[in-house]
Design a binder for this molecule. Structure first.
Ligand code: AHG
Ligand code: MN
Ligand code: MN
Ligand code: MN
Length: 335
């Protein structure tokens, strides 16, 4: 009926958060305001991306190398700074920890302690930026514990169960924001004519099994025998389809929607894998478990991993329960 249609068209992100929590408590208001800021960052980055080819100085490399040892794209820095600027006046976030910054950024003024910390990957899949393929931003929100006067941010070195909220923005043919505050996974599509993210899917559940397996097979000879055995298995059996975009957010979104498994295993050179725990694998693990799926390092539940430092890396096996279990069975066999 008309009222329902009107209602559906107007379920914005901040309203949805308050509906989720069925309360107007301080924390509910905080989370709603935090998600609103995330949405604003997403809109600003999406706008820049849609015009990147036309705007001077938007594409290409900065010539610098980040703490990860990666060549930094101009878009990495632009997006990194967008998140800082949208949270500066919020009074909600006192620290921002990002893939692109060795140490967290502390918002100097008017920052009451015990509030929130944003952990984020400003542009995930940077290698896709200059070729106009899908990229994303990944975010995770934790409560700041203690006053962190020495600015060592040691309270961030806790497992993924500490996350209050997590999600991502996928910059694709449309801009989609997916989030969870621990009450299911929900997706919103940006309506550019409104400048609002409008609810598109509620309580997303990952299928128990899916055909997609998503992994960079160029690393085949660097993997452990157990992973090679798994790959040989899917090569030999019907019903599997290889899909890999080079951007974790896009590959994850496909798995969330259609089922299957994404893997980024450790290699001989880098046994701990490439992906970073605090702002890549832990937020996605939070989401996939909320959607009825699983995430592990291959041997340990991902949400239980305690980081040794801010840019801690973990191997990742994530997706449909049956498909994650199959990968883990090959690893168990070889242990
Ligand atoms: P980022 O662009 O934030 O550094 O992340 C890139 C990550 C992830 O998005 C993707 O799944 C993976 O790197 C691709 O790595 P390979 O090119 O080694 O497959
Ligand atoms: Mn990077
Ligand atoms: Mn990334
Ligand atoms: Mn990144």
């Amino acid at each position: 009926d008309a009222a329902h249609v009107l209602d559906r068209d107007c379920t914005t992100l901040s309203r949805h958060v308050l509906q989720q929590l069925q309360s107007f408590s301080a924390e509910a208001q905080d989370l709603s305001a935090l998600m609103n800021r995330i949405a604003l960052a997403g809109k600003l980055i999406a706008r820049r991306l849609t015009r990147a080819g036309l705007v001077e100085d938007a594409l290409g490399f900065t010539g610098r190398t980040n703490v990860q040892g990666e060549s930094v794209k101009k878009m990495d820095i632009y997006a990194n700074d967008v998140f800082i600027s949208v949270f500066k006046q919020s009074g909600l976030v006192c620290r921002l920890a990002s893939e692109e910054m060795e140490d967290p950024y502390y918002i100097p003024e008017n920052c009451p302690i015990g509030r929130y910390t944003l952990l984020y990957d400003p542009i995930d899949g940077s290698s896709n930026v200059d070729i106009n393929l899908n990229i994303g931003s990944i975010f995770s929100i934790r409560r700041q514990q203690g006053d962190d006067l020495d600015q060592k941010a040691t309270d961030l070195l806790q497992d993924g169960h500490q996350q209050l909220a997590a999600g991502y923005i996928l910059y694709g043919p449309s801009t989609v924001l997916v989030y969870s505050i621990g009450r299911g996974v929900h997706s919103f599509t940006l309506d550019p004519s409104l400048g609002e993210f409008i609810l598109s899917r509620e309580n997303i559940q990952v299928p128990a099994h899916g055909a997609n397996y998503s992994v960079n097979e160029g690393n085949f000879w660097q993997w452990d025998d157990s992973i090679r055995d798994y790959i040989r298995y899917v090569h030999r059996h019907d019903g599997y389809s290889a899909r890999y975009s080079g951007a974790l957010v896009g590959d994850f979104h496909r798995i969330l929607m259609q089922g299957g498994v994404f893997l980024y295993p450790g290699t001989r050179k880098r046994p701990e894998g490439k992906l970073r725990l605090l702002y890549e694998t832990a937020p996605l693990a939070f989401l996939i478990e909320q959607a009825g799926g699983q995430a592990s390092t291959g041997t340990q539940r991902l949400l239980d991993v305690v980081p040794s430092e801010l840019h801690h890396r973990t191997p990742l096996v994530i997706g449909s329960p049956e498909d994650v279990a199959l990968v883990e069975s090959f690893i168990q066999e070889r242990r």
